[in-house]
Design a protein around this ligand. Structure first.
Ligand code: KG4
Ligand code: ZN
Length: 340
């Protein structure tokens, strides 16, 4: 039997204040207020993020409801990001969700941010949309995480490999910073790389066992390379920017996918999904598609709007949990770190 639901979802784990309304697995609205205040600091300033969430949360939720054409009295439940993320930022979303759910006397559904990134694949955009079938693998690559996840069901996931230091997004953002690009640098590298030669400069692929990743050496490799080049040629970065971006992005994406393909082969899984902010990267998307075509595997790549942080993914995850009967408690506290 189809259970009908209207779920309001709230995301506030980092620097995006977002609210969405879902009717079952369909998104009626997905409002995202990106906090610009962090740009001049070259990274997210936690205290400023909490303040901006406080300013944004009411107007963002209001807009999500009005754009969806759903009155708050129609809501079935409220899903919110319980973690992982910045503690102060999580407090804003969770306190708001609790108060609203209590006032409306409806259930609260706490959601794991990284599970939500993965389940974004199940947001239904059309009736004939292909969605992954279980089990599948998901490479979740964001500013804070890099994980290969074996997804056995919507509620049963296992991390089979992850970064032991920096996340892939962090590796791109930090590289962008040393090249003088604005924060977050990932999208800038992506754009500039389209004009560059990806094989012009060679960076060393990190060597580390299993299906884990390490990005800190790669970042140091770039730093020393730029330092040495600049010593002879002060205008090196400026002149070669597109090629450096293309070459660095090349090594990061090749590395990500080489490990991912090895994990798929070992686990005998032929459906490979991408999730998280870095899955917006055009090279990573194109390479996964050609890798899967070569091996007769299936690639699943979320639409751009569901790659970076958004509440629609919290909503679809909340919807799956709601179907399974998961409900939160009023005493649930945000979790800054929370394993999958
Ligand atoms: O998932 P997300 O929005 O936030 C976290 O949970 O971290 O991911 C943000 C990360 C940032 O590191 C940003 O640079 C990266 O995603 N990103 C990209 C692109 N768009 C966003 N990296 C490479 N290419 C892009 N097009
Ligand atoms: Zn995220």
């Amino acid at each position: 039997m189809m259970v009908d639901s209207y779920i309001l979802a709230i995301e506030s784990s980092c620097d995006e204040t977002s609210a969405a309304v879902l009717h079952n697995d369909r998104v009626l609205s997905n409002i995202i207020a990106t906090q610009k205040v962090h740009e001049k600091y070259g990274g997210v300033v936690p205290e400023l993020a909490s303040r901006a969430h406080q300013q944004n949360i009411v107007p963002v939720v209001d807009q999500a409801l009005s754009e969806a054409g759903v009155a708050k009295e129609q809501l079935t439940a409220i899903a919110y990001t319980q973690g992982p993320g910045l503690m102060g930022a999580l407090h804003v979303g969770s306190s708001f969700a609790k108060s609203m759910a209590m006032a409306l006397d409806i259930p609260l559904i706490p959601v794991h941010h990284m599970r939500a990134h993965i389940l974004a694949h199940f947001i239904r955009e059309s009736d004939d949309q292909a969605v992954p079938s279980f089990p599948f693998l998901c490479l979740t690559v964001s500013g804070g995480h890099t994980q290969i996840v074996l997804v056995r069901s919507a509620l049963d996931m296992e991390v089979i490999g992850e970064t032991i230091d920096d996340a892939a997004g962090e590796a791109l953002d930090k590289a962008a910073k040393v090249m003088g690009l604005p924060y977050p640098g990932g999208p800038h590298i992506d754009k500039l790389a389209t004009q560059g030669d990806a094989l012009k400069y060679r960076f060393t692929i990190p060597q580390i066992g299993g299906f884990n990743y390490s990005f800190s050496g790669l970042k140091t490799n770039l730093l020393y390379f730029l330092r040495d080049q600049k010593a002879n040629d002060a205008a090196f970065i400026e002149r070669e920017l597109n090629h450096i971006c293309a070459s660095y992005q090349h090594v990061v994406t090749e590395y990500l996918l080489a490990r991912y393909a090895a994990a798929a082969a070992q686990h005998g899984v032929t459906q490979l999904a991408l999730a998280g902010g870095v899955s917006a990267n055009s090279a990573l998307r194109a390479k996964l598609i050609s890798l899967c075509a070569e091996r007769n595997w299936q690639a699943f790549i979320p639409p751009f709007s569901y790659c970076t942080d958004n509440a629609a993914m919290i909503g679809i995850c909340g919807y799956q949990q709601w179907l399974a009967g998961h409900r939160g408690a009023w005493s649930d506290a945000p979790k800054a770190s929370w394993s999958l």
